[in-house]
Design a protein around this ligand. Structure first.
Ligand code: DSN
Length: 420
């Protein structure tokens, strides 16, 4: 952000400026361990705060409803071409404003209200837009929700097949917000093929790991649709993308605009283009690899101390810790305790959780953001040690203060990109 712009903000809206300064301090001196968060590139911050925010660009490159589109067309074309190259897919729509409209655009574009969609239950790792009864999508479509195997917390593919044959969905959805294991895309494809359904993966959490080549690419397994947000493991702006086979391209584009949205946020589209350019650089592969290594290191360190992890470990960037079983603390208390040592996690429902969502039995921890700062295995071991010490001694405020100061010392060695 340009200093002159910050000075203007400070002079003209000191309350907002103070909040920005406070958030900057929080990000610099604490560590973001929420698996869906990351620190974006300075170049992306530059595009987000750019004059592209001034421009309406309803339509698509070459077919807009407003004049003056020379440069907006250029950035959207670049974003689409880069998305196709990074994910090896036939078509990309980069206009969804974020994750929820991106999934809504797929359902509304390819299905009729009332059609059946087979997707993971929210409480077992799915997303609100995967048919949670409180969501509009849950009311509009007939979601059949599969759950994980009660014995080990993993997906029971035979059970998903049984449910598919029983309920005949038009679309089979995988991809989750709180499932620490990899996905068997061939198994999902076989399930969908058995009932003639469309295959869709919501890869929002792990798309960066697919782009970096450390997790399987669903399109290599014949998937029809992949949705992803840009701001999680991809490290981009807050936005959504729909990637698909050519046969769905027209319906998807029509569904995003004019079906669901008006003018795209072109400052964000520019940020998506930058992000995908970065994902094509060799360093991004190293980053993706380190995200996985860091998550496995954390899982091993927790398990060595007898901490209970949902599914017993991780194959991706996240861990789900059962804090009730491990420390006798609910996830809300655990989240708040870790906040006091400047480590930010989020409370998390675990499969078949006996506790309510705002006081669930676990927390979710992820490594994409810490890895962006350059932290590696040894740092992950320190973080786990600090978390366990804190959660084992919830009333020891002196200990928490001393750990907080160690966290801040570590943070000073690992600056957040874009914050000077
Ligand atoms: N809210 C996001 C997450 O934290 O996983 C998903 O959209």
């Amino acid at each position: 952000m340009q200093q002159s712009h910050l000075d203007l903000l400070k002079a003209n809206d000191p309350e907002i400026h103070a909040a920005l300064e406070g958030e900057s301090r929080r990000q610099r001196l604490g560590i973001e361990l929420i698996p869906s968060e990351n620190y974006t590139y300075p170049e992306v911050l530059c595009t987000l705060g750019s004059i592209f925010t001034n421009k309406y660009a309803e339509g698509y490159p070459g077919r807009r409803y407003y004049g003056g589109q020379t440069y907006t067309d250029r950035i959207e074309d670049l974003a689409r071409e880069r998305a196709k190259a990074v994910f090896r897919c036939e078509h990309a729509n980069v206009q969804p404003l974020s994750g929820s409209p991106m999934n809504q655009a797929v359902y509304l574009g390819l299905l009729e209200p009332g059609d059946t969609i087979l997707a993971m239950d929210l409480s077992h790792g799915g997303h609100l837009t995967h048919g949670a009864p409180v969501s509009h999508m849950g009311k509009l479509f007939n979601f059949v929700r599969y759950t994980t195997d009660p014995t080990d917390g993993s997906i029971d593919y035979d059970e998903v097949m049984r449910l598919a044959k029983e309920t005949q969905p038009k679309l089979v959805l995988c991809g989750y917000t709180s499932y620490p294991r990899d996905i068997d895309y061939d198994a999902f494809k076989a399930i969908a093929d058995a009932v003639g359904a469309i295959t869709m993966v919501d890869a929002s959490h792990f798309a960066g790991l697919v782009a970096g080549g450390v997790l399987e690419n669903p399109f290599d397994h014949g998937f029809d649709i992949m949705t992803t947000t840009a701001h999680k493991s991809l490290r981009g702006p807050r936005a959504g993308l729909v990637l698909c086979k050519e046969q769905f391209a027209k319906a998807i584009d029509k569904s995003v605009f004019p079906g669901l949205q008006g003018g795209p946020h072109m400052n964000t589209v520019a940020g998506i283009a930058v992000t995908l350019g970065k994902a094509m650089e060799p360093e991004f592969k190293d980053y993706a690899k380190q995200v996985l290594v860091n998550a496995r290191t954390m899982a091993d360190a927790f398990l060595a101390e007898g901490v209970s992890l949902v599914t017993g470990g991780t194959d991706n960037h996240m861990l789900v810790v059962n804090t009730e079983e491990s420390f006798g603390l609910d996830g809300k208390v655990a989240e708040e305790l870790l906040d006091t040592i400047s480590l930010t996690v989020n409370k998390q429902i675990i499969p078949d959780d006996p506790n309510p969502p705002l006081k669930p039995s676990g927390i979710r921890i992820g490594t994409p953001a810490a890895t962006t700062r350059g932290m590696t295995e040894d740092h992950m071991k320190h973080l786990v040690h600090w978390m366990i010490q804190t959660l084992k001694a919830p009333s020891n405020t002196a200990l928490h203060a001393s750990i907080k100061s160690e966290v801040e010392t570590l943070c000073r060695d690992f600056p957040v990109p874009g914050i000077s």
